[in-house]
Design a protein around this ligand. Sequence first.
Ligand code: NCD
Length: 308
Amino acid sequence: MSQRLRHLTTLEHLPRETIERLLDRAETMREGCAHGTRKLELLSGRTILNLFFEPSTRTRTSFELAARRLGADVINFDIGFSSTSKGEALFDTLHTLEAMHLDAIVVRHKVSGTPEELVRHAMSGVSVINAGDGNRAHPTQGLLDMLTIRQHRPDFSRLTVVICGDVKHSRVARSDVHALTALGAKEIRLCSPKALMPSPDEFPQCVITEDFDAAIEGADAVIMLRLQKERMAVTDLPDEAAYFTRYGLDNRRLERASKGALVMHPGPINRGIEIASEVADGPQSRILEQVGNGVFVRMAVLAEVLGR
Ligand code: NCD
């Protein structure tokens, strides 16, 4: 059996068995919660801190729910009211918070690599979970995407996935590619306009293209990404109407994918920019399933790193 994780900062280089164990554990959590809100007491007496330096709706709420459903105490550290806005260094903040006896820190930060920095500087045995760092990794989103795919298409060796949109700035795309690679997906296609394309050296295992009509052909899962303007240089910004014409997902384009292909998006969605409402709210949309799976995946990760 692969070793238990003490931290979760990225999915890159995680062995397949570890990813599968976390997904299986998320399924167990779902059953344990009776598919709803029943509480388990696996982490009672433990304290988990949500340390979010960037805005978040889904990720923060679902980490909080996950911790509460495991019986843990949760603190939400609001950066707007904290000393970091008075210029306190990140590591001073870390040590101050650690002195209050925390068991895990869930961190989101705009600077790539912050979670590893916290692991390196932590003085106590606190576990660190990455809730998104820069454009680098968003491991729990990668896991919840895999759980959602696996529930509908369990055989990854027959799976063709297209990830379309602002790949360059997307930590979700990176974590999805890491997980899909580990799970042995048949083909991973990345599609975006040139200005939003990552360097092909970073993704030697993927097919990279600017042509969405070709990329979506026969795909079993279509993962759409938001234009992440907050991470773009002004010159990268595409005209939104023109963008939708070439890269937007509407019913007509979805017909090119395999029958019943899964439509996914990490949220928040921009209707009419990367996805049409007819698709986002349509029968093939798995977007709200992803959100629901997010809670079970985060329960699994918290239980894993806190060792019960
Ligand atoms: C993503 C993120 O923050 O990286 N959202 C999320 O966690 N659900 C994607 C995005 O912001 O577009």
